[in-house]
Design a protein around this ligand. Sequence first.
Ligand SMILES: O=C(O)C(=O)C[C@@H](O)[C@H](O)CO
Ligand SMILES: [Mg+2]
Length: 382
Amino acid sequence: MKITKLTTYRVPPRWMLLKIETDEGVVGWGEPVIEGRARTVETAVQEMEPYLIGQDPARINDLWQTMYRAGFYRGGAILMSAIAGIDQALWDIKGKVLGKPVVELLGGLVRDRMKMYSWVGGDRPSDIIEQIRTLQKGGFNTFKMNGTEELGMLDTSAKVDEAVRRVAEIREAFGTTIEFGLDFHGRVAAPMAKTLLRELEQFRPLFVEEPVLAEQAEYYPRLAEMTSIPLAAGERMYSRFEFKNVFAAGGLSIVQPDLSHAGGITECLKIASMAEAYDITLAPHCPLGPVALAACLAVDFVSYNAVLQEQSMGIHYNKGGELLDYVINKEDFKIVDGYCNPLPKPGLGVEVDEERVIEAAKNAPDWRNPVWRHEDGSVAEW
Ligand SMILES: O=C(O)C(=O)C[C@@H](O)[C@H](O)CO
Ligand SMILES: [Mg+2]
């Protein structure tokens, strides 16, 4: 079998889908994208084509290593997202050729169902109680929200109180009938992280995500020393070579590689097993589309340390498109009592509605995250 063609489709709300065709008619789908840089990743995918056209799609490991090493420069959000989407599509092809779900090619299920969580509150957290109540009706009992709005590198007690009050209200309303993670989203600088973690400790959030920016990862062990709140990070780290330094330094309890940013299934499987060796849990980042989610689930169902899976149904970013809009087998993604079952179909398990994708790609948005500014006019971490 030979790879014959790669086609990318940028589609609402802010995703990109990749179709890899072969000379025997088997097609694989991937989701290479960096939110807000879809066109850049699209070009990176096109620049990877010479490594792929005419090659045997079954040789995923050789194709992965070639895409990673042959261009001399490596790593980073763009190149690793391009490789990620191509890798996903190659696993999809392999499963379809063998008539098996990817999980079966990876040694089979380590669990029967996977715990899912849902976002609430939006960019500037609000209406959280109501949104939790609504999602509880859909069976969710685990949630994530932004921990703060814009926050200065050094900010006021009032801002700290605002963040704490929001969390206090959640515990007041739901007690321990629900769990929730707080995403600091890189908005919190080291000077404020210590204060916020100390003040939030009493409410025992399930985790605090990106307690500081990924480029400040040396703070993870120091922050972990002063709090019992599990610290989570990983969406802005892109290969096992980045994660190894963080694992060795300590501090992380949860690692959150993104299957569409960190080299795909081939790379994230390695990151997951490295994490397990350090007693670190796995909770793949996935505010994206159905193929990315399917790739996450393939890793979740074979990784003992997988504990939670993000999914984007109802997420505040999905304006103009929803998780299952481009999926024919929607029923396979059903979430029951907050859990998702393994996707049963061969390959990644997503039957892509290609006509819908092609139609939607005609109005591809150029999604960008907003540029926030502090009161003094300086740019704020979004
Ligand atoms: O889902 C998360 O944990 C996020 O932090 C969302 C962020 O990754 C946006 O997708 C960036 O555009
Ligand atoms: Mg996040």
